[in-house]
Structure formats: C-alpha cells, structure tokens
Write a protein of this length. Structure first.
Length: 83
C-alpha cells in the first residue's frame, strides 16, 4: 500500500473456507473442504491512479515469486456512500 502511495487503509483478520474439490490448494482462493486458511483483508477507499498503482505493485510482487500464495486483489467502484 505504501509503495502505491496509499496512506490510509484498514486491515482485518479473516478465515477462508471453500467447498471446491480441487486437490491443488493454489487453484483456490481459500482452502478446500473443511480446511481453513487464515488471511488478512485490506481495504482502502482511494483515487483511481492509486488503485491502479496498487494493482501494479501486487502484480509485480506475485510475478517475482515472493510467496507460494499470491496476493489476490480487486477494485470495486463505489457508486454511493453515506457519511
């Protein structure tokens, strides 16, 4: 996040489950069957250029093989908010 210029974000712990029968754990976002995977979930509300920069940083990190479990990322547009 810092490399992409995002200074404000939230982190929360999460446990993932998936009911997929694939024997290859890396093919799934979370574990298969009754297994679970402890993960973290990061969220930030930011401008498009910073969101795109974050995707670039994550893509490069994953391509350089820093971990057996790549970082998953997505951008969701916010249509409406209430403050």
């Amino acid at each position: 996040m810092h490399q992409a210029g995002i200074q404000t974000f939230s982190i929360t712990g999460t446990v993932g489950f998936k009911g997929d029968d694939s024997p290859i754990l890396l093919d799934s976002w979370f574990a298969n069957g009754s297994e679970q995977v402890d993960s973290i979930f990061l969220i930030s509300f930011t401008e498009d250029p910073k969101a795109e920069a974050t995707m670039t940083v994550i893509r490069e990190y994953n391509e350089n093989g820093h971990s057996k479990f790549p970082i998953h990322a997505f951008i969701l547009p916010v249509e409406r908010t209430l403050h």
